[in-house]
Write a protein that binds this ligand. Sequence first.
Ligand SMILES: NC(=O)c1ccc[n+]([C@@H]2O[C@H](COP(=O)([O-])OP(=O)(O)OC[C@H]3O[C@@H](n4cnc5c(N)ncnc54)[C@H](O)[C@@H]3O)[C@@H](O)[C@H]2O)c1
Length: 312
Amino acid sequence: MSRVPVFSAEQVRAAVSPERALEAVRDAFVAYARGEWTMPPKVYVPAYPAGDFRAMPALGAGHALLKWVTSFPGNPAQGLPTVMGLVLLSDASNGSLRAALDAGAVTALRTGAAAVLAAETLGRADAETAAIAGAGVNGLAAARTFVARGRDVALYDLDSEHAQRAAEELGARVATRDEALAADLLVTMTPGHEVLLAEGSLRPGQHVSLMGADGPGKAEIAVDELLRTRIFADDWEQASHNGELVHAVEAGKLERSGVTELGAVLAGEAQGRQSAEEITTFDSTGLAIQDLAIALAAIEAEDELDLPTLEL
Ligand SMILES: NC(=O)c1ccc[n+]([C@@H]2O[C@H](COP(=O)([O-])OP(=O)(O)OC[C@H]3O[C@@H](n4cnc5c(N)ncnc54)[C@H](O)[C@@H]3O)[C@@H](O)[C@H]2O)c1
């Protein structure tokens, strides 16, 4: 019989701080870029119009991971999170199950980490203002990561009362839509039903981490606005099929050579921002290697937590 520790959402957050998450996610992007970690393509299981399920595997650092997770955008109206499910971490030397973790908490930590990591890597060195558009579960995770990195952050959300409450809790500011979209470092984390960034809306030198459009039919930026920017992505395969990039690719306006992967920049294999004036964008669809990074960081802290176990 084996005992498998189970991390609730709260225990995931107790085990892994936003700063630790950022460091772990950076290392994962580098290991993936170098071919040390591998990641079979994410499988989408559509259950539209309600939402979709995703099965996300990865292998690295002697472990294998599977995340079974949702994106059900109408859920908050019913008091349920958009993103929920389970992460399973296994020992890759013998296949035994090593831990189970709440997928919503793992996702939020690694998504917030990737948004801020991309902003810090690709934004201007003298960037001052940071803002989140879409201050839901994952937008707030990005806001917490900015705060943990010592940066002031402004929140914009369609639901202004929610933004106000969240800002008070975080010690952040509420911004108007125009103010948020003009930030030096902008993170968009909306459900992707509405294009936030119309053609001509971004100004020279800005960086945008486009996080919300991570599945079919979603977009946060107009195709021609995206094409005005230097484009980065978490993974070309995923982003060109299910991310923000898909609209430009389908219109025949964007090819693989027009996109740089963030991991290649972090590994020193590709150039990031090339001038102070250019606009940089980062399209994130969310990678299982990021989840693996958080799950590995969580088990480092397992002895400090009183975790329940599954007996298998
Ligand atoms: N790229 C990734 O790795 C990744 C990871 C997790 C979630 N996501 C995606 O991010 C999106 C948000 O996920 P979540 O779990 O935070 O959802 P959520 O429902 O908790 O939050 C969404 C927030 O956006 C606000 N909003 C909706 N339309 C808006 C608009 N036009 N302008 C400003 N705010 C608006 C809502 O009021 C809500 O507060 C989803 O599309 C989800 O699939 C991406």
